[in-house]
Design a protein around this ligand. Sequence first.
Ligand SMILES: [Ca+2]
Ligand SMILES: [Ca+2]
Ligand SMILES: [Ca+2]
Length: 630
Amino acid sequence: MNLKIVSNGFQLILGLAALATGSQVWAERSSTVMLKPISASYQVDLSTQPLPTSLMFPVIGGSQLTITVLSGENDLTLKLQLPDGTLVEQQNAASYGGHFEAYSPQTPFEKVYVSPVDMQLITLSNPPAGLYELHIDGMAATASEEIPVIVKTVGSHLRTGFIMGSSRVEVLLGQPITFSVFLFEQSTPIAGAVVRGKVLNTDRVEVASLVFSDNGQRGDRQAGDGLYSVLYEPQQTGGYLISVNIQGTTSTGLPFEAKEGGRLVVNTPDIQLTGTFRDQGFDEDNDGYFDSVRFEFDAEGPRGDEGTYYIDISVEAGNGKTTYAIGRVSDPAAPLTVDMPAERLKKLGMDGPYRLVRVLLRHDNRSLGLLKNLGETAAYRLSSLERRNTLVYPLSADRGVDVNGDELFDRLEVVFGVDVLISGYYGISADLNDQNKTDLDAVYIGDLYLERGYHDVTLGFSGERIGLSGQDGPYILNNVLVYPRFDAEASTSFYTAFQPLGTTQAYTCSQFAGCGNDDPYVLLERLISQVEALNLKKGFKNSLRAKLISTRAVLSKNNKGAQKVAIQKISAFIHEVRAQREKTLSQPEADMLIEGGSVLVLLWCKSQGDPKWHRCRYYAAPDQIDRTFP
Ligand SMILES: [Ca+2]
Ligand SMILES: [Ca+2]
Ligand SMILES: [Ca+2]
């Protein structure tokens, strides 16, 4: 089958496929006058006409004639007799500008989109005007068959079309509507045509018959203008097909027949948007930030008690970005509102006012109208919109701190911002990484009370551990976690992990205590001198020094039994310092000694082949005490 024929067959038979499934046959509903083929349909009833038989029909000229017969080529043989008596059949068709083609649908797709049944197609280029006769011979598949024959002329001078009195497909119950058919030969109105129509419901039952006239009465605006009209008042809601048959005579006296039609949806009256609206920010949880902006629309007309009204809106920011929201209103007494979530407005990336560019109102599946460019909202600011409870801001400052005056940093302080909506206790954890993202130290804060608002939070990382790493900076503040401790539910919804908050200045390892040292004996001597240098009560200082000196004695034995004893002594030292933290020892002093002791355990355990003894693991880890600083 050649492509040209398939294309013709497609257009033609699509309508018939639709007819067979009971859906819309005639899709024309525009009031635009269009040039198009005219077509006529005939039925050849094989039960009353024993074969061979023939069908006579007029053709009024044009550029192409197509005749479609819904039968298989094995069933019926077709021949076409031209007005001058020439008999055209498959064998001689080419010499008359004709073509005979048979088509049999093979796949379910073809059955739906090309033709549900076998068909034969005859085309003839530049058909002379006059009376044609289609000869039908052969054996019908069933004797009672009615064979549809569709005759279609492209490029004739006849112009027909169907117009509904409203530009909308939908009309309302109780409102009469004008249907018109236009009928021209070139630009000259054709007078005296018989134009009759039917209104069919979706069950294809005729609910009204229509007689169109061009007499200037009953819906026909002007007599003799080629517009044949009729006034129709729908009696029931639902979907309808309008099928119109036109019979007329051309200026040269040739009779013709054409089909036209349209579809109509009849609804009960419903509301329409007036185009006015109000908008207002809504703070549902009373936290001072708008959770949404509510739009409320005015409407007029009778509002249905049943179903749901949907309002689809689109708003546009000054930067051209748009976002949307859908309102659903089922309560007949409730106003027509749409809540635009704050999150969507924030994605516009710009303060308001926002332009309401589009509003579509629907009642269940029925569209009640689309309005555009309704105006601007109030000047909402992005900073007034709902936000997360916990906001964390980047690293803003960092400094090395020398606690004991030996010109080596014992601590690295980093400062970043935390802003919370709810006052309460928060936990914070953070890692300090080197350039290779290796952890140098970690800080945990169990309970930090934060009032609603912004805070600079300062965390202190261990200088001893930075030195131990041997790595130069800049260092990376990473994996900062801020979570509420006051609400188990909130802790999941507010839980927020932050990627690197920033990098410190380019410190070198040599600025920190213990850089490059992995010898526990060196560290132990430094701890002893740090204790000596501190201004402490005599008894407390003696107690701390005694633990370190006895550790030195045990370490010098350097045997397996000594290992445990040494670690027990260092851990006792750590416990004693911790007990006096923020008492007789300042927090920075205590942390310096605790971290010194902790790293000493680490070095000692390593020098002993990293035993898996729990104390090695426990005391060698970064100390889990709060290391925030006011
Ligand atoms: Ca008229
Ligand atoms: Ca809020
Ligand atoms: Ca120091």
